[in-house]
Design a protein around this ligand. Sequence first.
Ligand SMILES: O=P(O)(O)O[C@@H]1C[C@H](O)[C@@H](CO)O1
Ligand SMILES: O=c1cc[nH]c(=O)[nH]1
Length: 314
Amino acid sequence: MGHYDALNNNSVKKYAFHNLNKHLHSFEEDFFYHLYLGKNQNDLKAMFGDVKFVCMGGTSKRMQKFAHYMKDLLGYRIPTGLTLNDITKLTDRYSMYKVGPILFANHGIGCPSLSILLNEIMKLLHYAGCEDLTFFRIGTCGGIGVEPGTVIFTEEAVDGLLRPEYRQYVLGKEKIRETQCDRELIKELLEISQEMKVGQKFNVVTGKTMCAHDFYEGQSRIDGVFCDYTQEEKLEFLKQCNEKGVVNMEMESLCFAGMLNFAKTRFGIVCVALLNRLENDQITVSNDMIMEFQERPFEIIGEYIRRRIVENEK
Ligand SMILES: O=P(O)(O)O[C@@H]1C[C@H](O)[C@@H](CO)O1
Ligand SMILES: O=c1cc[nH]c(=O)[nH]1
């Protein structure tokens, strides 16, 4: 049985995470330092036991906005004078919000920051007894050969050498985890995009995402503090990547896909392009436009989640 068959098999799908650390059950306490929450310190089952969806993205404001968007879409009411609570406000590393069965958290920039958050959230949801989870990364990116504002679903994350592999160095050895994304989920999201006619407002494409460990040299920019290549060499490389199916560059997809694939947990990665890297390195669109672009994936992911919640309530 292939991995995606496994994900589509109900008996397998029920578990939140596979391949979990076998030491976890033996810990009296497990404190999630970066969230300032703990296994015994908080009633995790009461706080998070109903979670079915986890939405992540780089910034706390984007995640707070998406939480408000989903609250409104689902018709949940907050009493006058109150607002959404930042569950991790005791620490300022990450922010976390919850709206019904949806958890929102910002992961900061890059794979190390995301990896810490995923470790702590996945353990937390495991202790809370969650089942049948779907994770989304909702991010920004540099598009390659696409118009600014295009929404991109990642089919496969690749590293700077175009390898579909997330690498971890553990006890002096290299561990490699697969980075393919869930085709079925992408198909469903594309169908929703068509039904909602989002194409009248912006383009939606799918393709490979190159995950860099840096914004400048790591993404072949000319405007970093160091650069020993020419504009022509840069364009040549970006065009070659594009010919091999790479449509965007960002900084977290390898870790997101690698960790969630290893855990056999359903996930999708959707990013909006802030620029076309075949034309520019600098991001010159206005701040208002960036805010508008960032919210484009909300419509599609929001509708997917809304439908799943309605189905579950039947
Ligand atoms: O989710 P965000 O918008 O943070 O994703 C990209 C990749 C890096 O985190 C960051 C670089 O500007 O944006
Ligand atoms: O070019 C870009 C834009 C946003 N995020 C990135 O990582 N790269």
